[in-house]
Write a protein that binds this ligand. Sequence first.
Ligand code: DAH
Length: 339
Amino acid sequence: MNLSEILKQIDDDIHSLSPQELKNKYLAKNGLLPNLFENIKNMPVEERKDFGSKVNEIKKLIEENIENRKTVIEDMKYEEIDPSAPFDINTKVEKRPRILDLKGSSHPLMQELENILDIFQRMGFDVMESKQLDDDFHMFESLNFPKGHPARDMYDTFWTEDGFVLPAHTSTMQNRALRRYGPPPIRVVLPGRCFRNEATDASHEHTFYQIEGIYVDKGISLAHMQGTIKEYLERYLETDLEIKVQPSYFPFTEPDTEFVISCPFCEKKGCSTCGYTGWIELMGCGMIHPNVLIAGGIDPKEYSGFAWGVGLDRLTLIKRGINDIRKLRDGDLNFLKQF
Ligand code: DAH
């Protein structure tokens, strides 16, 4: 091989060979470069100097390449971490890339979900995520909507051709939670994705998240329900709230109520968030219907409980001052980068 052939070869090898392979091929005792140096003594004297310095340059190039790549690999290998330390300690601050520059960031809905679950976990609740494909029993039957019940029409459900349903609420998880966490006391929150066949507008989406909650024990009443939900909302919205419960209708609760809070932004003076009424109707809730407890294997003569279902998207809009629910899912990076 003459010099120019070797140079071309090096160019390819630098990209395809590992540092060790490069070393073996070019620098090791029987490698190409020592061989070239060997040849120098057979060359005409006037060519030796020029040739020698070119071979030296090539040698330097290879050595540098090996050295640089080694330090990169070593950096990757030997970043020491303390697995028992909190996250921040293991992250070298000067090296931490801005998440948005590299990998994206967590979605505002997921940030809010984390906050909410964190509050409930500190209040002693378990967490179980809902399913995204479910059946008639969990969507309706176990929740006291027998076949043909007119309230089934309140939910614009999507069905698959083989008879499964996309859950239209997270109440689908009530029966599973009662069975899994029973016998009482049961305290569990059940977040998950829901779907409804509806026309979208600034406050309606076909896909959204709900967080269901259930609390069952001996002697539980509407007073416990109001206290628990109020406590959670005040922690979440970081302000004191006035609350009201007003009548509503759901087959799976008795009595059925709607939880209403004083607007956390305008102190009931009226603003765009509360539609200038001073109050926000936030979620459906009520005492779990005895038939639902029975379907979940719990004796309603011994135990009672309350449940609620709240929209995560709605809470996120309120908390973040976003005015259109569709923005949460249209993938607009300029919007998402704000969070
Ligand atoms: N599943 C109801 C809905 O999406 C909300 C709801 C109401 C959930 C009352 C509950 C409840 O757990 O007790 O319309």
